[in-house]
Design a protein around this ligand. Structure first.
Ligand code: VAH
Length: 323
């Protein structure tokens, strides 16, 4: 029986992951944890954890007999640029705290499996942008991307050197309607639906032709759980897997919204976030994820838009609030 701790449970991925894991493993076996306000998202227990407090994480892991730990607390690309040192400290030390704990527990015969999210932001301007391969030049330009690249190296290091069973995905931009994202460059692809549902014209902070890899949340959650459930010997990549969902640009997204919600209008006013997006891939080659643990995306643009328009509330206060 697995006992699962999700740190960063109030965030965009965390809230939906807690819900999915509670259904899979039973609500009593999933502990939601965050620095922010108590929210259960279908789990039975909530604990306040600051991921920078290694002692507190160890206490909770021992108290509940945790066997799997998801460390999702982080600053994203845009908020990271506003506070680079804070982003680096949170993103790196948060990861190191859980890797060190897993190393210690493993040595004591109490294995602790770790999931940590990487991102397409770990790539940079010299990475081949189309069908970006798993193994490619990585020269990230944001502090967020730099922390993801360094984090990937740490994950592989802790696996190779200490046998820590750590697994990771380079998430594309994740689109969801339950919880808002917190300060990313791909957030336009969610904000656009909120404007559409309010009947407002959307001013997009990226230019119309800015193609980025994206994934719909149900696919992102499925990929995460599939990777964590895969037998260890099949997980050949211990840095982070490329996982493709779909790729589109703001113009293509807006056109599909108009097809389903005639009258929707968009205008473009690229800002500082454009420079970040311009360094990221357009599409990903996820051959390794497909071959190693059977990944295959299932949700395309038409279905994504239909589902978002159906579920995004017209009033923003109906959203869960991310930490
Ligand atoms: C961001 N969504 O925009 C995040 C991310 C795909 C990039 O990880 O910062």
């Amino acid at each position: 029986m697995e006992r699962i701790l999700v740190i960063g449970a109030n965030g965009q991925i965390g809230s939906e992951l807690v819900e999915a894991l509670s259904l899979q493993h039973g609500a009593d076996n999933v502990i939601a944890a965050d620095i922010g306000p108590r929210s259960l998202f279908g789990a039975t227990c909530y604990e306040t954890i600051d991921v920078l407090d290694a002692g507190r994480i160890a206490t909770i892991v021992d108290t509940y007999g945790i066997t799997q730990l998801y460390q999702l607390a982080a600053l994203l690309s845009v908020t990271g640029e506003q506070a680079p040192l804070k982003a680096w400290t949170l993103n790196m030390n948060g990861l190191l705290n859980v890797l060190e704990l897993a190393r210690e527990r493993g040595a004591a015969g109490k294995p602790l499996k770790i999931f940590w999210p990487s991102s397409i932001a770990a790539f940079g301007p010299h990475t081949p942008a189309v069908d970006t391969p798993q193994l490619a030049v990585m020269d990230p330009t944001t502090i967020y991307g730099i922390s993801k690249q360094a984090g990937e190296r740490l994950c592989e290091y802790y696996f190779t050197r200490f046998g820590v069973d750590v697994r990771s995905i380079r998430y594309p931009g994740i689109i969801s309607h339950k919880s808002p994202p917190g300060g990313g460059t791909t957030d336009y692809a969610i904000a656009i639906f909120h404007a559409a549902k309010r009947g407002e014209r959307y001013t997009c902070f990226l230019g119309p032709e800015t193609t980025l890899p994206m994934i719909y949340m149900p696919d992102a959650i499925r990929a995460t759980i599939q990777l964590m459930d895969a037998p260890g010997e099949q997980v050949r990549i211990r840095s982070a897997y490329n996982v493709a969902g779909l790729s589109f640009n703001p113009r293509e997204l807006a056109e599909e919204i108009v097809r389903q919600l005639p009258g929707f209008r968009i205008q473009y006013q690229p800002d500082h976030r454009q420079a970040i997006a311009d360094t990221w891939p357009h599409s990903l080659d996820d051959t390794y994820a497909r071959a190693d643990w059977g990944w295959k995306a299932s949700i395309g643009l038409q279905e994504l838009v239909r589902d978002m328009l159906e579920h995004v509330p017209a009033a923003p206060e109906k959203l869960h609030h991310a930490a």
